[in-house]
Write a protein that binds this ligand. Structure first.
Ligand code: GLN
Length: 194
């Protein structure tokens, strides 16, 4: 299994470290040819406007859209924003998921916070999962083929799955817990085998 991490801006190194802990050495993707032969791709957190503009500059928008047709993509935070259909403002987007996203949805005062949640679809080796939000977005609408995967106790949706596509408004790559990366690798494996 070959996994790529989009490495234009943001916390791609942290995703690389999490993947290495699981025995996968990722390829950092900067140009369209770097996508060749990959089975899965991670779009990291960072600044979605900057990453989007760099994706346009490096001609990556169409190749990543094509990649999304039959391979696995996981966007964390800014990555999730880039995958959305709409974000309520003009910026380059991939628009591969049936989601509408509100950026910086937690406001300035509590723009970064952490919370422990039960995440039933993760490996139950630990009782709960520690979610880290850094100026994170929320999914304000999830429609079509996209399905909410995880919500906060107040009902706000923070993870969405649409077949081979995954988007989270928090940052599993910022924690020691690699179970979300494991979940992503299992998605890649199941698409690869199908
Ligand atoms: N607030 C950033 C954006 O809107 C995302 C933050 C992040 O990825 N941690 O692009």
């Amino acid at each position: 299994m070959k996994i790529g991490v989009l490495a234009l801006q943001g916390d791609f190194r942290e995703h690389g470290i999490a993947l290495s802990k699981l025995g996968v050495e990722p390829r950092f993707v900067r140009l369209p040819k770097d996508l060749d032969g990959l089975n899965g791709l991670i779009l990291p957190g960072g600044e979605s406007t900057t990453i989007g503009k760099l994706m346009v500059a490096y001609d990556l928008v169409e190749p990543i859209r094509q990649f999304a047709v039959n391979r696995v993509i996981w966007g964390t935070c800014a990555g999730a924003i880039l995958m959305a259909k709409e974000v309520g403002q003009e910026q380059p987007l991939l628009q591969v998921m049936d989601t509408i996203i509100t950026r910086n949805a937690f406001g300035r005062q509590v723009d970064s916070f952490e919370i422990e949640l039960d995440v039933p679809f993760l490996n139950p080796s630990q009782p709960s999962y520690h979610l880290t939000f850094i100026r994170g977005p929320v999914f304000s609408a999830v429609f079509g083929r996209a399905k909410p995967l995880l919500s906060l106790p107040d009902g706000r949706i923070v993870a969405v799955r649409q077949d081979n596509l995954l988007a989270t408004s928090f940052h599993p790559e910022m924690t020691e817990d690699t179970r979300f990366h494991q979940y992503f690798l299992e998605m890649v494996e199941s698409v690869h085998e199908a």
